[in-house]
Design a protein around this ligand. Structure first.
Ligand SMILES: Cc1cc2nc3c(=O)[nH]c(=O)nc-3n(C[C@H](O)[C@H](O)[C@H](O)COP(=O)(O)OP(=O)(O)OC[C@H]3O[C@@H](n4cnc5c(N)ncnc54)[C@H](O)[C@@H]3O)c2cc1C
Length: 380
């Protein structure tokens, strides 16, 4: 027996389901499972929920505009975004105007392709107002559109989810790292917390550790090929004309500046400069995400600004606050078409040990569909 730091409740040693990772995915999956199972446990190694990728990101609830080269990802974003905005309505900022601009050179899409794509998927699109269009350099930008997109507030999500987890009676173990998992073909799965620490058992285990997905001892994720990037998200105060806007220049080596509700400011990211280090976990020796994250990294804000201001000159007036660094993890297979499918990997020895990578925040609904199907299959 040990004491859970998150709730002060005593941890019993067996759970119907144990979720590793208290990011957005782990929290929502725990809630979904608690509707079917009695004793659900969530283990997070940090002292608080949603501190990693679920906090350090661009906060975009994707509508689909971002994925003109992957119709499937774009279409599912459109549906998932509506659900997300409905369920997490108090954690969503829909007060700004989303602007998508297309560059004349280097862009992987043309205005006519983008317009056709939006028509096909029924994504709202109209030419931007003249005063917004006038902010861009006409020599480098060929089209500017007004779109419909939201941003999420990760801190509001944290509070909301904490309340819901407590309400659902989920055992929350903050500040506990899962060191090792042992799954046999039959019988409960064994989970070891901390180096040489307490042992627990569970009938099901869900690994939702994102950048650490392939790094938990005893969990074999070999079918899931991961690519990691150490990323820098700059937090900035925009000048007045950009304050009610979220601007994305797409699709290529460009930038985004959009509301970041958790810090009441805007995030500023650049496709070329935001990733500092990129590496794949493909069987060859690779650094651990923790080791790369722990290194000191110099901000590339000046480079982002110098390039971005060529397209949007008013960027010269933004004020830099600070940078957030964290690891972004995607599936290697999705690099060429920029898709964001989910990975739902059942362990070869025991299908009740599952590793999940969501890719983007609204993909949670695709993951929940699979979990729900598993539950129904077992019940009938
Ligand atoms: C720079 C960047 C920009 C992004 N922009 C967007 C965007 O605009 N829109 C969008 O939808 N998505 C975006 N994403 C992706 C999105 O952030 C992720 O898909 C999502 O947050 C993943 O949630 P998660 O719960 O799986 O991961 P996380 O939030 O990283 O949670 C994983 C948790 O596991 C914990 N953990 C790790 N190892 C262990 C262990 N051994 N024991 C216990 N706990 C452990 C970690 O501490 C962490 O809290 C972005 C990501 C990045 C990095």
């Amino acid at each position: 027996m040990t004491r859970s730091r998150g709730t002060g409740r005593t941890m019993t040693s067996h759970s119907d389901a144990l979720i590793i990772g208290g990011g957005f995915y782990g929290c929502v999956i725990a809630l979904a499972l608690s509707r079917h199972l009695r004793h659900v446990t969530l283990v997070e190694r940090e002292p608080e929920l949603l501190t990693r990728a679920s906090l350090v990101n661009q906060a975009r609830v994707h509508t689909g505009y971002h994925y003109p080269r992957n119709l499937q990802t774009a279409a599912s974003s459109g549906e998932n975004q509506l659900l997300f905005a409905e369920i997490f309505k108090d954690c969503v900022d829909d007060s700004f105007t989303a602007i998508y601009a297309i560059a004349r050179g280097l862009s992987k899409v043309t205005p006519s392709y983008f317009e056709r794509f939006c028509r096909q998927l029924r994504l709202p699109l109209k030419p931007a107002a003249d005063d917004v269009r006038a902010l861009f350099a006409p020599r480098l930008i060929s089209a500017v559109y007004e779109c419909r997109e939201f941003a999420f507030d990760a801190l509001a999500l944290r509070h909301f989810l904490r309340d819901r987890l407590a309400h659902a009676g989920i055992e929350l173990c903050l500040g506990h790292e899962v060191a090792e998992v042992e799954a046999r073909e039959t019988g409960p799965i064994r989970i070891r917390l901390g180096a040489g620490g307490t042992e627990r058992t569970a009938n099901r285990v869900y690994n939702t550790t994102y950048a650490n997905l392939g790094r938990i001892g005893g969990i074999d994720c070999q079918g899931v090929r991961l690519r990691h990037q150490l990323t820098e998200v700059c937090l900035v105060t925009p000048p007045a004309p950009l304050q009610g806007l979220g601007v994305t220049v797409m699709d290529g080596p460009f930038f985004s500046i959009m509301p970041f509700p958790a810090a009441h400011c805007h995030s500023f990211t650049h496709v070329r400069y935001t990733p500092h280090v990129t590496w794949a976990e493909d069987g060859a020796p690779a650094p651990t995400p923790d080791a790369v994250r722990a290194r000191a990294h110099e901000s590339r804000f000046p480079w982002m600004l110098a390039d971005g201001a060529r397209y949007l000159p008013i960027l010269e007036e933004i004020r830099y606050k600070k940078s957030l660094f964290d690891i972004k993890t995607t599936l290697t297979d999705s690099i060429s078409d920029d898709g964001r499918p989910i990975a739902y990997h059942r362990d070869a020895r025991n299908p009740n040990l599952v590793s999940i990578l969501g890719g983007k925040i609204d993909n949670i609904f695709d993951v929940l569909n699979v979990i729900e199907s598993d539950m129904v299959r077992e019940a009938v």
